[in-house]
Ligand binder design. Structure first.
Ligand code: URA
Length: 232
């Protein structure tokens, strides 16, 4: 992936983007042995060697993956029971980890990265990244329960609600689309449990504006930093 040199330097923690521009103008940055003073210069982060005052910048490039998580895979980096993890599904030499978690049998949108700062931002409640889920229930959803789930449920001793809730198809009262900005563990299942329903299947259909449309279950693709930045 090609990024502007000042941005690359900032991402490596050398200086802010503006200060990095100054370093470039001062002729202190070289790429593959050549001093670069052009602020528009782009580096290919997978092959170029960038040095600051002659010293090679050692960094792990940031990578981002979007996985359509299949059932039966655990959302962790390694499992003591040796079950397959979401990280096992992605071929990369980078040390990636999942952003947040999906339950063992939940499917759908899951991001993985080696960018800890980004992961913290996305999962921090103050950033309110909306997550959309499709839940298949054990019985038809009553209108009164739908209303309550969208308004007022006490979960973990605090007021909780889905920010949006509705049927996927008017003719099927068991398949429900919900939206939440919550990252609490088992939030969707526990919300439905609190009004007497069991969630039989759960699929995360959106994380921010990101979907797994066109990605088969268990497959993944790389994401660009631009796609990621739109999330926050
Ligand atoms: N809520 C749940 O209950 N399970 C998930 O996997 C994600 C959200």
């Amino acid at each position: 992936m090609k990024v502007r040199l000042n941005r690359f330097l900032a991402e490596c923690g050398i200086a802010s983007r503006r200060k990095s521009e100054e370093l470039i103008e001062q002729g202190r940055i070289s790429v593959n042995g050549n001093v670069i003073i052009d602020l528009a210069f782009k580096v290919d982060t997978s092959v170029d060697e960038v040095a600051y005052d002659g010293e090679k910048i050692k960094t792990e490039r940031k990578v981002y993956f979007l996985l359509n998580k299949p059932k039966g895979v655990i959302t962790t980096t390694d499992d003591d029971k040796r079950r397959q993890t979401v990280v096992d599904l992605i071929k990369t030499n980078f040390k990636i980890f999942p952003v947040g978690r999906l339950d063992f049998n939940t499917t759908g949108v899951l991001l993985l990265t080696n960018d800890g700062e980004l992961s913290n931002k996305l999962t921090h409640p103050k950033n309110k990244v909306p997550r959309e889920y499709i839940a298949t229930l054990d019985k038809p959803l009553k209108l009164e329960d739908q209303t309550q789930l969208g308004k007022n449920i006490i979960l973990d001793k605090r007021k909780s609600h889905f920010i949006d809730i509705g049927l996927v198809k008017k003719t099927n009262l068991r398949v429900v689309r919900v939206v939440t900005e919550e990252g609490r563990n088992h939030f969707v299942k526990r919300m439905f449990n609190s009004v007497g329903y069991n969630v039989k299947q759960l699929h995360r259909s959106k994380y921010g504006n990101i979907t797994v449309d066109g990605l088969a279950e268990g497959s993944y693709r790389k994401m660009s930093i631009e796609e990621i930045e739109k999330l926050i």
